[in-house]
Design a protein around this ligand. Structure first.
Ligand SMILES: NC(=O)c1ccc[n+]([C@@H]2O[C@H](COP(=O)([O-])OP(=O)(O)OC[C@H]3O[C@@H](n4cnc5c(N)ncnc54)[C@H](OP(=O)(O)O)[C@@H]3O)[C@@H](O)[C@H]2O)c1
Length: 282
């Protein structure tokens, strides 16, 4: 079985560098996809209350025969629950739906600076409570830009353990990654293969042909060699396995540089911009 490196977070907890993402996996299919991922060797699952599929993730973990402590599970606070009392209610709901008494990592899903009078600071303080009472082993943020992180640093005590942001070769997101690195925040690039959009890119297919790997494997390997934590999503069993088989080859410095040079900046972004995103599921 392929061995996935484990990284240490700034709070002393550890996290497998490669995981399995379940965004857009319909709830009825989630248990099966997660079970396949666990069977082939993934030990890190990334879900969110917004995905509506925490229940399937929890069931797959509980039925896997693995110890709860051997699987790293992340979930995220949904956008309608940023006020402290709502966040407490939502976090109770996440644990109940997963069927766990703790999560390994809990994130503020989006900063929503145009909602809640721009107050994501009291939301963060509420996550500090979950960390203090042990029900969230680690806490972090998602889609935080540098200015959002600077505000947390100025107004609160806890440095987020991770920042989960969109990043891939078309949006390398260097400014956020640099801030994260300087402050010991682990970067978790979401949509690591840009939802499949870069798999026909001639630079990536040329490297893939040369090293005898698939474009997805080359792209995921590029993230790993940058030191980031990724969790590609797939409901296709062969791809779930393929995405894990990236620890027995290395990209050269030239290949790393060629892939990084695909960066298109903001034009490469596939999802919403965190400064304006204000979606609240009803
Ligand atoms: N924090 C946030 O705001 C946020 C936002 C988006 C995503 N995320 C997290 O990041 C995870 C990954 O991002 P994502 O799901 O948006 O996109 P992604 O992992 O970049 O891409 C998933 C897409 O690529 C396809 N795919 C996967 N492996 C492949 C392979 N080896 N070859 C060819 N195609 C392949 C999948 O198809 P099939 O399923 O059909 O195989 C699916 O259509 C999510 O699941 C979620 O956990 C977080």
């Amino acid at each position: 079985m392929t061995s996935v490196p484990v990284l240490e977070l700034n709070d002393g907890h550890t996290i497998p560098q490669l995981g399995f993402g379940v965004f857009k996996i319909p709830p009825p299919a989630t248990e099966r996809a997660t079970a396949i991922a666990l069977e082939v060797g993934y030990r890190h699952i990334d879900t969110a209350e917004m995905y509506g599929n925490e229940e399937g993730v929890g069931r797959a973990v509980r039925r896997s025969g693995l110890d709860r402590g051997d699987v790293f599970v992340t979930s995220k606070l949904n956008n309608g629950f940023h006020r402290p009392d709502d966040a407490r209610f939502a976090f109770d709901g996440t644990l109940k739906t997963l069927g766990f008494d703790y999560v390994d990592l809990f994130l503020i899903h989006w900063p929503l600076p145009t909602l809640y009078d721009g107050d994501f600071v009291s939301t963060w303080r509420t996550l500090e409570e979950f960390h203090a009472d042990g029900r969230a082993r680690s806490i972090g943020v998602s889609n935080f830009q540098v200015h959002h992180l600077e505000r947390l640093a100025a107004e609160t005590e806890t440095v987020p353990a991770v920042n989960q942001v969109e990043a891939h070769p078309y949006l390398t997101n260097e400014e956020v990654r640099a801030y994260d690195r300087e402050h010991a925040i682990a970067t978790e690039p979401w949509s690591p293969i840009a939802k499949g959009r870069l798999l026909n890119d001639p630079t990536i297919t040329a490297v893939a042909d040369r090293v005898g790997r698939t474009p997805a494997q080359v792209t995921l390997r590029w993230h790993i060699q940058r030191g980031d934590i990724v969790f590609p999503k797939s409901t296709t069993p062969s791809r779930i396995r393929e995405n894990l088989e990236i620890f027995d080859f290395e990209l050269s410095e030239d290949d790393m540089a060629a892939i990084s040079a695909l960066n298109r900046g903001e034009e490469g972004r596939t999802g919403p911009h965190p400064d304006v995103f204000a979606y609240v599921p009803r």
